[in-house]
Design a protein around this ligand. Structure first.
Ligand SMILES: Cc1ncc(COP(=O)(O)O)c(C=O)c1O
Length: 386
């Protein structure tokens, strides 16, 4: 019954909307997504317009940016007021770290093998404040959710936890982690780069203090335009820089040197300088509009159908996937025998199957561009190598 409902939510073939051709079978969205035609067209149009600056007048510096904030807000259950536009997660995390306090005796919780932009930010924060960096490891057979819940106590003052581990798609159940952190009195930061756009996430339910995400993976956007959500308790904080456009009244270009103390409302003060980003913003907007049109639950169900099929077919070849409850719907790390590593990498390369091979693990990250032929090609390549 549940399976029938899931199948009913799957989208029909969307490959024609993407810039992919049959020469490759691309399973590396977790690294860099393929581009939608609509996203590329938006970028080309924006570039052409940028070539004619006389067509860009002062009011044009704002509407796309505001539309993008609104669209991203809809995706996570927030409003555009809560969103700042940032070039990278490291920038968003640095802005958050600047506005949190901790000291000796406090702990800052991160996962083992967390993405480096998180690790370095919180490690630097711990060094600066005297807090302790607590790197949570998993015992064999333990899920990330269990490991994180075990590590939370009143000493944890800040926790930076994703809902999907970037290395292999292992899940952290934030619905369980969020209340435990709240009860411990800890700040809660989510790096949703590896899930947003492919898994529903609602900040109104999870109530994190902050969330960061890159735009170029599951959000199908360009590189260098990412997002920072901030709870309203952080809106009055100190930004990393003092760009003119983040100040109140910046819409009036004739009065920019009537310097103002007030910032633009909401989280806007945390925008990176030059956030108008004439070329990239329309691309990001086109991408998120398409995601909202497909809807995230439908994307999720469709990608889950693909990863489930890949897991089922590669399991019979001896590859090991995390259990169904412990893996993300859209990306999965498959363990193969270590002695086959070189052969697997060579077989994939030979048939132009692009996935991420790391040690004796294969990270498969499909999107809606992937066809049944792509899946067959991937499974055949693995079969020839193990
Ligand atoms: C979980 C996660 N966060 C962040 C990033 C990118 O970080 P940044 O935007 O700081 O370059 C990646 C890229 O792979 C990632 O997997």
């Amino acid at each position: 019954m549940a399976e029938t409902a899931e199948r009913a939510r799957q989208l029909t073939d969307q490959r024609a909307k993407f810039e992919v051709d049959d020469s490759v079978a691309y399973f590396n969205t977790a690294n860099l997504s393929p581009l939608l035609d609509s996203v590329r067209a938006a970028g080309e149009e924006a570039l052409a317009r940028r070539g004619k600056p006389w067509t860009i007048s002062p009011p044009d510096w704002f509407p796309d940016v505001e539309a993008l904030r609104g669209c991203f807000g809809r995706l996570i259950g927030a409003t555009g007021d809560d969103i700042a536009l940032v070039p990278a997660t490291s920038y968003g995390l640095a802005a958050v770290a600047r506005n949190l306090t901790a000291g000796p005796g406090d702990r800052v919780l991160v996962l083992d093998e967390e993405f480096p932009s998180n690790y370095y930010t919180w490690n630097r924060f711990a060094e600066r404040t005297g807090a302790e960096l607590l790197v949570v490891e998993r015992e064999p057979g333990q899920t990330w959710t269990e490991a994180v819940l075990d590590a939370i106590d009143e000493r944890v003052g800040i926790a930076s936890v994703p809902n999907v581990h970037w290395t292999n798609g292992a899940l952290v159940d934030l619905q369980r982690v969020a209340p435990a952190l709240r009860e411990a009195g800890s700040a809660f930061i989510i790096d949703a780069s590896q899930s947003l756009g492919a898994m529903p996430l609602d900040v109104a339910t999870l109530r994190p203090d902050a969330l960061v995400a890159v735009g170029y993976k599951w959000l199908l956007g360009p590189y260098s335009l990412g997002y920072l959500y901030l709870d309203s308790s952080l809106h009055e904080g100190e930004p990393l820089e003092e760009n003119w456009i983040a100040r109140a009244g910046s819409e009036d270009f004739s009065r920019l040197v009537d310097y103002r103390d007030e910032y633009a409302p909401g989280a806007r003060r945390f925008d990176v300088g030059e956030r108008t980003n004439f070329q990239l913003t329309p691309m990001s907007l086109a991408a998120i509009e398409q995601l909202l049109d497909w809807t995230v639950p439908h994307i999720e169900a469709t990608l889950k159908g693909r990863t489930d099929e890949i897991v089922a077919r590669t399991e019979t070849l001896g590859l090991i996937a995390p259990s169904l409850e412990a893996r993300a719907p859209h990306m999965v790390g498959l363990e193969f025998p270590p002695e086959a590593a070189r052969r697997v990498a060579a077989a994939l390369a030979e048939t132009s199957v692009i996935a991420s091979v790391r040690g004796s693990s294969l990270r498969i990250a499909p999107h809606l561009h992937n066809s049944q032929e792509d899946i067959d090609r991937l499974v055949d390549a693995v079969a020839s190598a193990v």
